[in-house]
Ligand binder design. Sequence first.
Ligand code: ATP
Length: 238
Amino acid sequence: MLIEIKDLNFRYNNSKVDTLRNFNLAVDAGEIVCLLGESGSGKSTVLRLISGLEEPNNGVIKLNGEIIVDNKTFIPSERRGIGVVFQDYALFPHMSVAENILFGVKNKSSKYKKEKLAQLLKLVGLEGLHDRYPYQISGGQQQRVALARVLAIEPSLILMDEPFSNLDASLQSRIREELKDIIKKTAITSIFVSHDKEDAISIADKIVVLKDGKIIQQGKTKNIISNPASDYVAALFS
Ligand SMILES: Nc1ncnc2c1ncn2[C@@H]1O[C@H](COP(=O)(O)OP(=O)(O)OP(=O)(O)O)[C@@H](O)[C@H]1O
């Protein structure tokens, strides 16, 4: 089990209601999981708790068998080895593609960096574009730079917030395939957030349906589609 989340509860300080209630999730190494739900259902909050941007009120999160959060442990974000791809990609505009990709690679020889860069550019299909700046490449290419930048730090888990929402609708199906291919090639475990069933169906091995901060169904993608546990879930996939 790569990540295991048990009985997570969370409420933002200024909120009167629980944002997440009894959130449980277990993800195997190499799996792609989609957190699917309407706006405000708590999807991004789950990513914030896993990455360490928020601390739960109670619950346990284990990564690679090690507790990163419980009632007496809180490993800070930078020591969790988790990579996050933000919705807007958050590339540094004044840095080239190569500089963006290598940004988090510290204390390594220039030979290592050169090889790492070549390997990642090849993986994400951006060979020849290393000298460009973010404004000189397309949205889909920017997304691949953001993914390569996260892969460069060799995380054990990648979190992605709405990875397709900034892309042209006509590009989305191609980019979904590309992203799935890249992630499967690296065999890295990933959890992504979406409100779009098509994202979930085409990429995820497992889907977690969230509503009002609660999981209403989770399971293998094909099982959820063929066996929805409620009218709500059936309607989501209709
Ligand atoms: N910093 C905050 N302080 C208080 N409440 C917050 C904060 N951030 C989010 N919330 C509330 O927590 C709930 C869950 O928000 P969250 O962003 O996790 O949902 P989401 O499913 O990711 O939504 P979206 O798809 O719109 O991004 C919402 O009701 C939201 O208003």
